[in-house]
Design a protein around this ligand. Structure first.
Ligand SMILES: *Cc1c(COP(=O)(O)O)cnc(C)c1O
Length: 368
């Protein structure tokens, strides 16, 4: 099998040193292993700029969606009501989670190329005192838009509600001062900007609010409070943990620090992203999100006009030359996506853009 680098928003391309950690079969009740979990939890709080007296970190088996489902179904109680602010598929997934759990929820839908409006959210909260929790996505991977959680957090706090953020594809790649932005629960996963491999999600939570959620969970495996209570004892996970993923993640966190922390990683991602957009615009390919709201993680592009090729042709051509790209996900336009996170550098962006240029010259003619 020919190898390729991933220009997708997670799983993403990891370093060999991260992958090599997985060659060891660690024992789950061993003290060394439990310490690794505890170090990860402490490190996550530092990345979030919060204090262990006020916030805590919980690791949860499964992909990112398991983490989102764990928070929503454990924290929003039977008498509570949730407002979901959605401008893409991941916001919509939260409504699916709420619906499956039989929760009381409201949806504020925004167009995929617009950010949810903080003032409007304030008005919705004023008009409906029954709403207790507000949830939204930070980096909507559907389009690549970066939502203004700082402005929304301010409003949610002013109105005295609980704020839940899905920062899956931004945490570690975009700096988020969790407390200062009024966030009570924030969710991300091992295989996004920290650059680990898939296997668990993590939640950074306000301790007092987590305490209050005892007994509210609608599911056993995804009970956030129970997971925390067990992990808090000595770092042992409640059920079998993804040991290889945990070891790889601990290494990924060390490598994030070596790179210079979130600031340095954000700089690399942002430069990758700008170069990508600039090079594609030179080929007549425009981004779907305008410059002010485009995030540094992934970009949605319109096909060039006229277009005489399919996504499958483009994908195969680029994959044969060392890179995997992503199909589009926005509903109203024909698009494709290119991610620029993971072990990806300017030279990768230069290379994939050169391959794409060659592809367009070969394929974008009438006769195709
Ligand atoms: C990746 C991602 C998720 C989680 O998706 P999984 O497939 O469950 O890992 C959730 N929200 C956002 C914004 C994401 O980018």
């Amino acid at each position: 099998m020919k190898s390729y680098k991933l220009l997708t928003p997670g799983p993403l391309t990891t370093t060999d040193t991260v992958k090599r950690q997985m060659l060891f079969d660690h024992c789950t009740w061993d003290d060394d292993y439990k310490q690794i979990t505890q170090e990860i939890r402490r490190g996550l709080l530092e990345l979030a700029h919060v204090q262990p007296e006020e916030y805590t970190a919980v690791l949860m088996q499964g992909s990112g969606s398991f983490g989102v489902e764990s928070v929503l179904t454990s924290v929003v109680g039977d008498g509570d009501e949730l407002l979901i602010c959605a401008n893409g598929a991941y916001g919509e997934r939260m409504t699916e989670i709420a619906r499956h759990a039989g929760m009381k929820y409201h949806v504020y839908n925004e167009h995929y190329n617009r950010v949810p409006n903080a003032q409007k959210i304030g008005e919705i909260l004023d008009a409906d005192p029954a709403i207790t929790h507000v949830a939204m996505v930070h980096s909507e991977t559907t389009s690549g838009i970066l939502n203004d959680i700082e402005a929304v957090g301010k409003v949610v706090k002013e109105k005295g509600r609980v704020f839940i953020v899905d920062a899956m594809s931004s945490f570690g790649g975009v700096d988020i001062p969790v407390k200062a932005w009024g966030i009570d629960f924030i969710i991300s996963s091992a295989n996004k900007c920290i650059q680990g491999v898939p296997g668990f999600s993590f939640i950074i939570a306000r301790r007092d609010l987590l305490e209050q959620s005892a007994g509210k969970a609608r599911s056993l495996s995804l009970d956030l409070y129970d997971q925390w209570k067990t992990m808090e004892i000595d770092g042992k996970w409640r059920f079998t943990s993804p040991t290889h993923t945990v070891l790889a993640f601990a290494q990924a966190m060390r490598e994030l620090a070596e790179e210079g922390g979130i600031e340095a990683r954000n700089k690399r991602y942002t430069e990758n992203n700008r170069l990508l957009i600039q090079k594609l615009e030179e080929m007549g390919i425009r981004p779907y999100i305008d410059g002010t709201h485009q995030g540094p993680i992934i970009t949605t592009f319109f096909y060039p006009e006229p277009c005489h090729f399919t996504f499958a042709q483009m994908y195969e051509y680029i994959k044969d030359r060392g890179y995997a790209i992503y199909p589009g996900k926005v509903t109203e336009a024909e698009t494709f996506r290119i991610g620029n996170i993971g072990e990806i550098y300017q030279e990768d962006i230069e290379k994939v853009c050169a391959v794409l240029k060659e592809f367009l010259e070969e394929y974008n003619h009438e006769e195709n």
